[in-house]
Structures are given as C-alpha cells and as structure tokens.
Write a protein that binds this ligand. Structure first.
Ligand code: SAM
Ligand code: SF4
Ligand code: SF4
Length: 362
C-alpha cells in the first residue's frame, strides 16, 4: 500500500492558529463540510468472501494482508480517536475487514468509551456476535450494525462465498438484542440478479421484529468500491425501485432524517410496524453533506471511500510527533478535501485503481 500514501509535510504552515483561549472548532473542507464522523478499520482480514467486497479470485490464500506490527495498536487508535473527538468528531464506527476478528476488540471499545461525548458503533458480519455481543455491550459499545444479504441459505452462502449459514448470523442478531443493543441495523447490499429476490423476504422478516424500537433494515446500492469486485452499473438496483417494490406490498412513507447529513433515507411502514433505510450512494450521491473520514488498519487517513491515496498518520505517531502536530496534520488534510466521487462516477472511474473497502473500512 506504500505507493498509495501521500506524504504529510509541515501541516502547521496550513492551519491558522486558534485565537486566544477559544476551544478549537471543527475542521471544514473546501466545500464547508465539517469533519464529524470517523470510521476505523481494525483489521483488513475477514472470514467471509462477499462477492461484492472481497472476491475469492483476488483475496485468495496468498493475499498480502498486513502484518501485526503494521497495524495501529489500541493505544495508537485511542490517541488518534481522542484528537478527532477534540476537533468535533461525534461518532466513531469500528469496522474492517471483520472487526470481531481483531483480538480483544472489546478492550479497544472499553478504551474508546472513555472519550466523552462520543457515539461508539460497530459494523460486523455477525458471525462472531453470539460470542462477543455481551462483552462489547459491557465495554461500552452503543450500537451495532449487522450485514446480512439474504434470508435463504442458498443465496446467503452465494453472497458470502464461504458457505456460512444464515442461521448463525440470525443468532448473532438475537445475541445482540439479548445484550441490549436496540435497534439493531441490518445492512443488505442489493446486487441485481444475485440477491434482489431476497429483498421482500428480508423486509417481511425484519418488519416489526426486535424490541421497541425494532430492527431497521437498510438496503444499500451495490457500489464500485475497490478495484476487484467487477462492478457493473446494470447490477445496481436503484433505491427508488427497492422502495417501490417493498411499498407495493407493505406501504411505506418517507420520514425525516435523524440528524443532518444522515446517509440513509428513512421510510416507515404506514401501519406503524417499523422503518427501513435506503442508501443510494450510486443513484443519488450525497457527497455534498459527507462528513466522514476513514482510518485504515495501518493508520492511513482517507477522506473518501473511493480515494486512491491515504495520508500516513501512523508515521507521525511513531515519529513521536506531538498531539498539536498530528491535529494540525489532520486539519490540513481535511481542509484541502475536495472529494465528490459519487457525483462524478462514470464507467471509466469505476475501473480506476481505488483502495479496497476491507482495508479502508466500510
Ligand atoms: N465485515 C463487516 C461487515 O460486513 O459488516 C464490516 C466491514 S464491511 C466492508 C462494511 C459494510 O460495507 C457492510 O455492510 C458491507 O455490506 C458493505 N459493503 C461492502 N462492499 C460493498 C459494496 N461493493 N457496495 C455496497 N456496500 C458494500
Ligand atoms: Fe468481509 Fe464485510 Fe467485506 Fe463481507 S462485506 S467480505 S463480511 S469485510
Ligand atoms: Fe463521501 Fe466520497 Fe462517498 Fe462522496 S463518494 S459521499 S465524498 S465518501
């Protein structure tokens, strides 16, 4: 990945000093978008080989995953997270790869939970949730999102491509609920021709399920992340079509966002039996309100999911730079941000070299 790193020079020269004793404000980019969310990838490894994310043809036995010493340690992650929180980040999502594969992940959660005013969440494929849900909750994790692409075993096994049974993910969701996570969000990536027939069964299953508030199914358009998933526009099912399909059987009504910049558009069932979300990253770009940064497993900062280059924060940490220097570097990176990939996506950009989602964090 080293060829994909932008060197960080003297960031202090780009950040104006804060006047007087005023607390420093949040960072804003060239379009005035604040830095408000951070996704942290804690491992680039996964026990699934989802066809849209880590296809077996690319992520085979010889794939050069990061070595242990290359990963950010928990202490390094905590230090960076604190600096982000001090500059206005209010939400941190742990992801990967499969975050529950990182040894002692609950210890990291416990450490991050000491940062005041932070919403701490995690996205998982659910395979290890039965084992981990309780410890994660005890450690201070507030929310969990579980990815699940179909309810029928045949389709699910085809999507995860490692023959993993759907029953174990459903049991993981039950474990999350028992541990006190509510609502649980369920992420379903829709790939036309592969699992679009699973949309209605998924909607029927999760509608009205879970404790009040119930589980929230979120249907995600298949994206051209990375450079290995063979993305084609005709395999994207636009969210508008997904909503029409569900609404024809279970009438839906649009509802407002929970907070400005929320990625999922919310719809609730007219009969009051819960809500769903749709994430239209391809058909309706939301770059203009994108407040998310991503920290890769080895400590590179990415300002867009479709970035080709990251910025090496680990080098600053390991060169014993001060908090002020690192904060200034983050500010300079975010201040120079111009990203709007989804607004300018074409068949050509889709084939460009991009960082893989399992490395950068979904
Ligand atoms: N392994 C965990 C999981 O699957 O939940 C966390 C990492 S995964 C990269 C995070 C999210 O990205 C998952 O919900 C996954 O479905 C989604 N994702 C991965 N590849 C995608 C793609 N090509 N298009 C849309 N969503 C994708
Ligand atoms: Fe693994 Fe998640 Fe990617 Fe599937 S989507 S391969 S579970 S990282
Ligand atoms: Fe944000 Fe980049 Fe996605 Fe646009 S394409 S919404 S800038 S991550």
């Amino acid at each position: 990945m080293n060829n994909l790193v932008i060197p960080i020079l003297d960031a202090r020269s780009v950040i104006p000093p804060t006047a007087g004793d005023e607390p420093p404000g949040p960072f804003a980019d060239t379009r005035g978008r604040r830095l408000a969310d951070l996704r942290i990838s804690v491992t680039d490894r996964c026990n699934f080989r989802c066809v849209y994310c880590m296809p077996k043809t690319v992520f085979g036995r010889d794939y050069p995953y990061l070595k242990h010493g290359e990963l950010l340690s928990f202490e390094e992650i905590l230090r960076i997270a604190r600096l982000f929180a001090e500059r206005g980040v209010r939400k941190i999502r742990l992801t990967g790869g499969e975050p529950l594969l990182r040894r002692n992940i609950e210890r990291l959660v416990e450490m991050l939970a000491t940062i005041p005013g932070l919403e701490l969440t995690l996205t998982t494929n659910g395979s290890l949730l039965r084992k981990k849900a309780h410890a994660l909750r005890e450690a201070g994790l507030q929310r969990v999102t579980v990815s699940l692409d179909a309810l029928d075993d045949q389709t699910f096994r085809k999507m995860n491509d490692v023959d993993f049974p759907v029953s174990q993910v459903l049991d993981g969701i039950a474990a999350a609920e028992e541990a006190g996570f509510s609502p649980v969000k369920i992420n379903m990536v829709v790939k036309r021709g592969t699992n679009d027939h699973a949309i209605l069964p998924m909607a029927r299953h999760f509608r009205g399920s879970g404790r009040n508030p119930g589980h929230i199914l979120r249907l995600i358009e298949f994206m051209d992340v990375g450079a290995s998933n063979g993305w084609k526009l005709d395999e994207v099912m636009p969210s508008a079509e997904v909503v029409r399909l569900i609404s024809a059987e279970m009438p839906l009504e649009a509802i407002g966002a929970n907070y400005p910049g929320e990625v999922a558009k919310r719809w609730h069932y007219r009969d009051g039996s819960g809500e769903i979300g749709v994430i239209s990253s391809v058909s309706q770009a939301f770059c203009s309100s994108c407040t998310r940064a991503r920290l890769s497993t080895e400590g590179k900062l990415y300002t867009c999911l479709f970035a080709q280059r990251g910025h090496d924060l680990r080098a600053l940490l390991r060169a014993n730079k001060s908090d002020g220097d690192i904060e200034a570097a983050i500010g300079a990176i975010w201040g120079a941000r111009t990203d709007r990939y989804s607004e300018i996506r074409t068949a050509e950009t889709a084939t460009q070299e991009k960082i893989e989602m399992s490395y950068i964090g979904g």
